[in-house]
Design a protein around this ligand. Structure first.
Ligand code: SF4
Ligand code: SF4
Length: 325
C-alpha cells in the first residue's frame, strides 16, 4: 500500500535526528501565526522522540501547510516534508477525509489515456484549472496542451494522505513517459514526479513561464514577484541562482527572506484542502507585502493571488499575464 506514493527522500534523516535547534521556526508560517511549538517540525520531532502517537500529534500534522520552507534550513538534513506526508497517511480517518477518499476512488476509475508524443505538456493545479482565462494564456504562451490525465486525484491524495492504488499512479505516469518536458503547477506533485520520472525534464509553471523572453520582458523593476514556495523549496539550491538572475536582470523584488527561503503567501493546512473555505487569514500575505516597495504583484500561483489581493491595494496579476500587460 502507498508504495508508489513514496518519493525519493530529499534528505537523509527522519525526526529522530532532530537536535532541537529551532531553525525551522524562523521560516514556518504555522509558527509565525500560532507561536505554538507543538505545531512545528521541532515540536513534532521532540514529541515523537518522547513516544507520542499519531493521535497525540494529529493537530500538528494537520496544521502543516506543506510549504516546504523548513526543509532547506534544517541542519540535520531531515526529510521534513516526507515525514509530514507519511504521518498524514497514518491520521485517523475523519468524515472529511472519508469524503476525500470517495472523490479519489471515483477519479481513479477512469479509462487509460494513450501515451502522448507531444514535446511538452502542462499539468495544471486546482487553482489554474478554475481560472479559464489564465489557463488559456498559459497554454498559448507555452504552446502546449494540458495533459488529458492531469493527475488531480493523485495531487489530492498526496496532500491529504488518502489512499490511491499504485496501479492508478502507474496509469497516470504511463502517457507522460513519452513527453520531453512536463510543466507542473502543483509543487507537491512536481516534487514526486521528479523522483517517479527521473529521466524526464520537469519544470514548475513559474520556472517554465519566466524562461520565455516575452514573459521575462514584461517584468518591471517595480514588481513584487511572488514565487510558489513548494516547487522552489523542493529544489532550492539550484533555483535560488535562477531566481537571483531574474532579480538581477529585471530589478524586481521577490518574496525571499535573508535565508533565501520563499515566504509563502497563503497558509493552508489540511482542513483548508479537504474543505476549501474563503480566505480568513491574510497574515502570510501581509508578511510578503509589508516593508516592500512595489507597484504591482506578480504571482506564480493562482491560489496565492486571492490572499495577496486582500493584503494590498496594488494590482495582483498572474505571471502568465506579463506577456499582455
Ligand atoms: S512545511 Fe511549511 S508549514 Fe510545514 S512545518 Fe515546514 S515550514 Fe512549517
Ligand atoms: S531545524 Fe531540523 S534539527 Fe532544528 S529543530 Fe527544526 S527539525 Fe529539528
Amino acid at each position: 500500500m502507498f508504495g508508489a506514493l513514496k518519493s525519493a527522500p530529499r534528505a537523509d534523516n527522519d525526526y529522530s535526528a532532530c537536535s532541537g535547534c529551532s531553525l525551522c521556526l524562523l521560516v514556518c508560517p504555522v509558527w509565525r501565526t500560532t507561536h505554538d511549538l507543538r505545531l512545528t517540525p521541532h515540536g513534532r520531532a521532540k514529541a515523537l522522540q518522547h513516544g507520542a502517537s499519531i493521535v497525540d500529534i494529529a493537530a500538528s500534522v494537520e496544521s502543516c501547510t506543506l510549504c516546504s520552507a523548513c526543509e532547506p534550513v534544517c541542519p540535520e538534513n531531515i526529510d521534513l516534508v516526507g515525514m509530514i506526508l507519511k504521518l498524514r497517511r497514518q491520521l485517523p480517518r475523519s468524515a472529511a477525509l472519508h469524503d476525500v477518499q470517495t472523490r479519489v476512488n471515483t477519479a481513479a476509475v477512469r479509462p487509460p489515456v494513450a501515451r502522448t508524443d507531444t514535446r511538452s505538456v502542462l499539468l495544471p493545479d486546482k487553482g489554474l484549472r478554475a481560472q479559464s482565462k489564465a489557463l488559456a494564456q498559459v497554454h498559448a504562451l507555452l504552446a502546449c496542451p494540458s495533459a488529458e490525465d492531469d493527475g488531480a486525484d493523485i495531487a489530492l491524495s498526496l496532500e491529504t494522505g488518502v489512499y490511491v492504488p499504485d496501479q492508478r499512479i502507474e496509469q497516470f505516469l504511463a502517457p507522460l513517459r513519452g513527453v520531453k518536458h512536463i510543466i507542473v503547477a502543483d509543487g507537491l506533485l512536481l516534487r514526486h514526479l521528479k523522483s517517479w520520472l527521473p529521466k524526464s525534464k520537469i519544470s514548475s509553471l513559474g520556472v517554465a513561464l519566466i524562461a520565455l523572453p516575452a514573459v521575462r520582458c514584461g517584468l518591471r523593476a517595480t514588481d513584487l514577484y511572488v514565487i510558489e514556495p513548494r516547487a522552489y523549496h523542493s529544489d532550492q539550491k539550484r533555483l535560488v541562482a535562477l531566481y537571483d538572475q531574474l532579480r538581477f536582470d529585471t530589478g524586481c523584488t521577490m518574496n525571499l527572506d535573508l535565508l533565501r527561503i520563499a515566504i509563502p503567501a497563503a497558509a493552508r493546512g489540511l482542513h483548508d484542502c479537504v474543505k476549501p473555505r474563503p480566505i480568513v487569514d491574510i497574515e502570510q500575505a501581509l508578511w510578503v507585502v509589508q516593508g516592500r516597495k512595489f507597484s504591482r504583484v506578480v504571482a506564480e500561483s493562482v491560489d496565492d493571488m486571492a490572499a495577496l489581493s486582500l493584503a494590498t491595494d496594488k494590482p495582483v496579476v498572474h505571471v502568465s499575464e506579463l506577456n499582455s500587460a
